[in-house]
Design a protein around this ligand. Structure first.
Ligand code: AMP
Length: 475
């Protein structure tokens, strides 16, 4: 009975403010959408926090046998993009293209590979215009001076995601006061063209889409009126996700628009959310110059996705040390030995069970990783004296863990590391020879000879040998 309960996946749903059993709308198919970046600058560690978290969610769901369609939008038209283009004397499109490319590179660096489709807002202008037209026809939206606004008071459920009344939400938020709006809380679905801004044709004249309707147009294109998981960081609950619900449910009448709403905690620095506007960002591309990208990913996974991460160099260094200890244990498991102890096999089974149990309870990576630490301790204790079978079992558990957390360890044997160092050394020597720097080239060769490595220069480039084996650097 206990085992059966444990085998049910549970998810915290912001919509119901409860942990619920996860049951997709249709069979074992999961349609998941996560709010993507606004591409006007390089992505930072805060973005990485959210995208690593949902990458792990998708990986884990797939591991459980669900067929996951993971969709992410790219906000490639927005005030911030236009402003950046104006400041740098280029077009909004050039800015968006440049930072979309950079975003993909950063995602690849962090091994965030689970997204099936990235959809750009500007590729869905027709669908956006269709949605705005329907909202006007149904009386939820009105046109004013070429712009279109959603009249929030018309949607009686507004606030249901954050569990607050419209009045409370308005009181706590900075709502934009624009003369032409009927009420301050109304939000733009379509923005009339301003001088120097990109624009598209629409029934209301030239203009561009508002932010919230981009996402509903994209999700309805690929998923229809209803889907399983919508994710983002918690700052998006209001107004963005409330607005998405108001748009989608008003258009289709299908409720709930999304079955499970999942929100990540912020990555903070000194108590404040890491964000471009606060000027406290660490770019992904900068932090991976200092730390192994997989260690960065591990650091982000080490906190439960709903909890905040308070970034400091000290905690990062601590977690990286823990990561290196895990990798050391894995390396030990990859090495051959002929011990006779079997303890590791049984421990590996227990750890796998605990790891899965923690992940099943709202993707608790923190506790799941704690169970891996127990295995790591055992590997250091028994590893060298264990049977090959016991080691293989422990190794499989660690590989399963790497797979779910999304770490691809590059574990080289000492022999491989040695060969790589030889390659580096001999290519430095080749460069010296090309510069006619014979002194350096000869020094490398004579120093290597002292430790028993012979270097020969052949017509096909340099080769080296220890004892009888002869290798060229190309191999
Ligand atoms: P943006 O490009 O600012 O629209 O953000 C893209 C995604 O990253 C959204 O889901 C944001 O909520 C999330 N995000 C931005 N900053 C942080 C942060 N400091 N911590 C966690 N998530 C963040």
């Amino acid at each position: 009975m206990v085992a059966q309960e444990e085998s049910k996946l549970r998810v915290y749903n912001t919509l119901t403010a409860r942990i619920e059993e996860f049951r997709p709308i249709k069979g074992r198919r999961v349609r998941m959408f996560v709010c993507g970046p606004t591409v006007y600058d390089y992505s930072h560690l805060g973005h990485a926090r959210t995208y690593v978290a949902f990458d792990i969610v998708a990986r884990f769901l797939r591991k459980l046998g669900y067929s996951v369609f993971y969709l992410m939008n790219i906000t490639d038209i927005d005030d911030k993009i236009i402003k950046k283009a104006q400041e740098s004397g280029t077009t909004a499109q050039e800015i968006a293209d440049k930072y979309t490319e950079a975003f993909f590179e950063d995602m690849k660096t962090l091994n965030i590979t689970s997204v099936n489709l990235y959809a750009k807002a500007t590729d869905h202008i027709d669908e956006i215009i269709d949605q705005v037209s329907v909202l006007i026809d149904k009386g939820y939206a009105y046109e004013a001076n070429g712009s279109v606004y959603y009249e929030v008071r018309k949607f009686k459920d507004f606030g249901k995601l954050s569990g607050q009344s419209l009045e409370n939400l308005i009181a706590g938020a900075r709502v934009e006061v624009v003369e032409e709006k009927k009420n301050p809380e109304d939000f733009a679905l379509w923005k009339a063209k301003k001088e120097g801004e990109p624009f598209w044709q629409s029934p209301w004249g030239l203009g561009r889409p508002g932010w919230h309707v981009e996402d509903t147009a994209i999700t309805m294109t690929y998923f229809g009126a209803q889907y399983d998981i919508h994710g983002g960081a918690r700052d998006l609950i209001f107004p963005h996700h409330e607005a998405e619900i108001a748009i989608a449910e008003a258009i289709t009448g299908v409720k709930p628009f999304v079955k499970y709403w999942m929100h990540t905690g912020f990555l903070n620095i000194e108590g404040e959310k890491m964000s471009k506007s606060l000027g406290n960002i660490i770019r992904i591309r900068d932090i991976v110059k200092k730390y192994d990208p997989m260690a960065v990913r591990f650091y982000l996974a080490y906190t439960h996705y709903r909890k905040p991460i308070d970034f400091t160099t000290e905690t990062m260094d601590d977690v990286v040390r823990a990561y290196n200890r895990i990798m050391g244990a894995y390396r030990l498991l990859c090495e051959q030995s002929e011990g006779n102890k079997n303890e590791l096999a049984e421990r590996a089974d227990n750890v796998m069970h605990d790891f899965m149990k923690e992940m099943m309870y709202d993707f608790n990576t923190r506790n799941a990783i704690a169970s891996i630490f127990r295995l790591v301790d055992d590997v250091y204790k028994y590893g060298e004296d264990s049977t090959p079978q016991a080691k293989a079992k422990a190794r499989r558990v660690m590989e399963e863990f790497f797979d779910i957390i999304g770490i691809s360890p590059i574990i080289a044997t000492h022999a491989e590391i040695f060969e790589n160092i030889m390659d580096i050394l001999l290519s430095i020597r080749e460069e010296a020879r090309k510069r006619r720097d014979w002194e350096t080239a000869d020094k490398i060769r004579s120093e290597l000879k002292k430790i028993g490595i012979i270097v020969e220069d052949t017509a096909n480039g340099p080769r080296w040998k220890i004892g009888a084996s002869m290798r060229s650097i190309a191999n």
